[in-house]
Design a binder for this molecule. Structure first.
Ligand SMILES: O=P(O)(O)OC[C@H]1O[C@H](OP(=O)(O)OP(=O)(O)O)[C@H](O)[C@@H]1O
Length: 346
């Protein structure tokens, strides 16, 4: 029997029984494409329209955000609508938008895309939220680099989505392997406390890092685990010499976090000892304000929770034309709102 491209009746939902033994509760790609993450009322809507033979009515819908930000998730939306016979106009990945600006327009028979309203808005809302937070960090860092470190704060099913969004927002690299690879990059990172705690000494871990890892992996050593950061930075620099690319300060908040004075002191002590090429990477609870405070002496910022915890940018989809007639719900303007920034993408 020919399977429908996606669900379009409540009966189909009733006989859908995902295995309770699945490994993770995240949706599979197939479940998303078949409509199983959508809100059920969009399925009811299809059935109502079909009952009236209106399911294929030509509709134009527009998407707008509730606050300003950075557009992200467009490619996933196009992939979601891959099999839908619709036209799509949109801002592109990384474009900025204003609150209430039309960021996407979809035209086609309602049966071809109505069911995807929930995942489509979810993709754009969360990806744009992450990309926007990443752009804020990058702006605060000026010419200094920002690495996304937040995969640990979100479900692994969406960690690559988030890290790619951070790259779209403008950060220079990300630690999550799959996120980086999907964006056509290589992951970037340093060394965790675990390696130093288990070896028992920062210098032993640094030497092993140098001996064991391939040359293209920059030697950036964490220096806050056992001793004073400046002291450890100098110990590591003396052993690795010109092979040392950088040191990372991740001083825990229980010890006051990384302060501008600490970064300045480490910088000056490294310079005075002749290690001026050694970069200083800082991390731990960073946000745009803290980045701005640290940016004079720090060279790179690792940011996790500020990006991962970004509020999604609520997106709303409104129908603006039905069968060629301008229409809108109360409070909205009937008919499309022209936006010359939109590009035809499908
Ligand atoms: O604070 P965020 O901006 O969310 O960034 C992620 C934090 O998670 C890691 O800390 P952790 O103490 O777990 O160190 P690790 O690197 O040794 O795993 C990392 O070193 C950052 O401090």
């Amino acid at each position: 029997m020919l399977q429908n491209r996606w669900i379009n009746s409540i009966e189909e939902v009733s006989v859908f029984h995902p295995s309770p033994e699945r490994l993770f509760y995240s949706a599979t790609h197939e479940e998303i494409k078949r409509g199983y993450t959508t809100d059920i009322y969009f399925v009811s809507a299809q059935q109502i329209l079909k009952h009236l033979n209106l399911q294929d009515t030509l509709v134009v819908a527009e998407v707008f955000p509730r606050r300003e930000g950075v557009m992200c998730g467009v490619q996933e939306v196009l992939n979601l609508l891959q099999e839908s016979k619709v036209e799509v106009w949109s801002l592109e990945e990384g474009d900025t938008f204003e609150a209430k600006e039309v960021v996407m327009r979809i035209k086609g028979p309602y049966s071809e895309f109505g069911i995807f309203e929930t995942p489509l808005l979810g993709i754009l809302a969360q990806s744009s939220g992450w990309a926007t937070a990443a752009r804020e960090c990058k702006k605060a860092a000026g010419k200094k680099a920002v690495l996304a470190f937040g995969a640990r704060h979100v479900h692994p099913a969406v960690a690559p989505v988030m890290e790619r969004a951070a790259l779209v927002g403008g950060v220079d690299g990300c630690a999550c392997i799959l996120g980086a690879k999907l964006a056509g990059r290589e992951p970037g990172g340093t060394i965790p406390h675990a390696a130093i705690l288990i070896t028992g000494d920062t210098v032993i871990a640094a030497k092993a890092f140098e001996e064991a890892l391939p040359g293209q992996f920059p030697r950036i050593i964490l220096v806050d685990t056992f001793k004073d950061e400046a002291e450890e930075a100098l110990r590591v620099a003396k052993v690795l010499g010109e092979k040392l690319a950088g040191v990372r300060l991740d001083t825990p908040e229980e010890r006051g976090g990384v302060s501008p004075a600490l970064v300045r002191e480490v910088r000056i002590r490294l310079d005075q000892a002749g290690f001026s090429w050694v970069k200083i990477v800082v991390s731990g609870g960073l946000n745009p304000e803290k980045i701005a405070l640290l940016r004079e002496d720090a060279d790179m910022f690792g940011v996790g929770s500020y990006i991962s915890g970004a509020r999604p940018i609520d997106m709303t989809m409104d129908i603006k034309e039905v069968a060629g007639q301008k229409i809108a719900k109360r409070g909205r303007i009937p008919g499309i709102i022209p936006n010359p920034r939109l590009k035809k993408l499908k």
